[in-house]
Unconditional design. Structure first.
Length: 337
């Protein structure tokens, strides 16, 4: 218990951690202030016009669906034969759509909490992922480089216990900060929606969807923190984690993707961590691959394939757990002096 308390004090006292918290608060403040300045409470005239435009858009979707069915049945008038319709009319069936046009879609300059909460949450998650990775890397990297770990081992001469305490302290602290930041962040924009915009439709489905994204985002933040911690442990320096992340992004996400496209590899996106991160956060993501339709002939083929959250999580866990286990194995035998 004394070891955990000591690690909490060391983590909170680090200037880099304090700087990152200040930047986190600053980013939140700028985002909230920009949103507040660019929004206003819609007037009754604006609301009536927006409702009329939304109703017209929904009627247009229903008309397009009925015309598609008429084309399939051979009853579409000759004058409308030039209109493009998909092979499967079900894809444009309004009932099957994720969402239909609503009044908030036709209110420019008005912030809608229900419509924009999820994109704002993605921004928060991205910042917290960066925060966790950098703090995790600097927390262990600075101690290894300065000899702080050696001094700590003189007091508690159990390497794996010390490293596990550091990692556990890091993950618990990042999780607590992420939860606190999330509540404050979403509450701020909820208040903006109530006072200077529109709250939107905040039903049970909305909160379940937002909660699912938030939960998956917190898991991603913890995995990023562990990866930063593990790479810095393996490289004995904070710069090792930063260099590894930059090298991966440039050599594989950019260079590797380009090479895979040149050789016409099948489904290249599923080999990229960024694709699995997107699939994990959103639940499922579609990617285009022209090779899927190579042998379809004249048959209609969309050329899309899907990555879902379950295999994406397995890939992310394999990377994080693998690096963490390697870090513990190396730390156990390494000469720290």
């Amino acid at each position: 218990m004394n070891l955990v308390r000591a690690e909490l004090e060391r983590l909170s006292a680090r200037r880099f951690v304090q700087l990152m918290v200040v930047l986190l608060v600053l980013a939140f403040a700028v985002t909230a202030a920009t949103t507040l300045a660019g929004s206003h409470k819609p007037s009754a005239e604006e609301m009536n016009s927006a409702r009329a435009q939304a109703a017209e858009a929904r009627q247009g979707m229903e008309l397009a669906y009925q015309q598609c069915l008429a084309r399939q049945n051979g009853t579409l008038p000759q004058s409308e034969m030039g209109t493009f319709f998909p092979e499967e009319c079900a894809s444009i069936d309004p009932i099957r759509q994720d969402r239909l046009p609503i009044a908030a879609d036709f209110l420019p300059g008005v912030f809608s909490f229900a419509g924009q909460a999820q994109p704002l949450l993605y921004f928060l998650i991205a910042f917290l992922v960066l925060f966790g990775f950098l703090v995790g890397a600097s927390y262990i990297g600075a101690d290894l480089n300065s000899g702080g770990v050696v001094n700590l081992l003189l007091w508690r001469p159990r390497r794996l216990t010390v490293l596990a305490a550091k990692l556990g302290t890091l993950l618990v602290s990042v999780l607590a900060l992420s939860l606190l930041a999330s509540v404050a962040y979403l509450a701020t924009f909820w208040v903006i929606g109530q006072t200077a915009g529109l709250p939107g439709r905040l039903d049970g489905e909305f909160w379940r969807s937002l909660g699912a994204v938030h939960g998956r985002g917190l898991v991603l933040v913890l995995l990023a923190s562990a990866v930063g911690f593990a790479i810095a442990t393996l490289g004995r320096h904070t710069a090792a984690a930063l260099g590894a992340a930059a090298a991966y992004a440039v050599l594989w996400e950019l260079g590797g993707r380009l090479v895979l496209e040149i050789v016409d590899a099948r489904r290249p996106d599923q080999l990229m961590l960024s694709s699995h991160i997107a699939a994990w956060l959103s639940g499922r993501t579609e990617f285009f691959d022209s090779q899927i339709c190579a042998g379809s002939g004249t048959r209609y083929c969309e050329g899309f394939y899907t990555l879902t959250w379950a295999p994406a999580l397995l890939v992310l866990l394999a990377v994080a757990v693998g690096l963490t286990l390697a870090a513990f194995a190396v730390f156990r035998r390494r000469d720290l002096i």
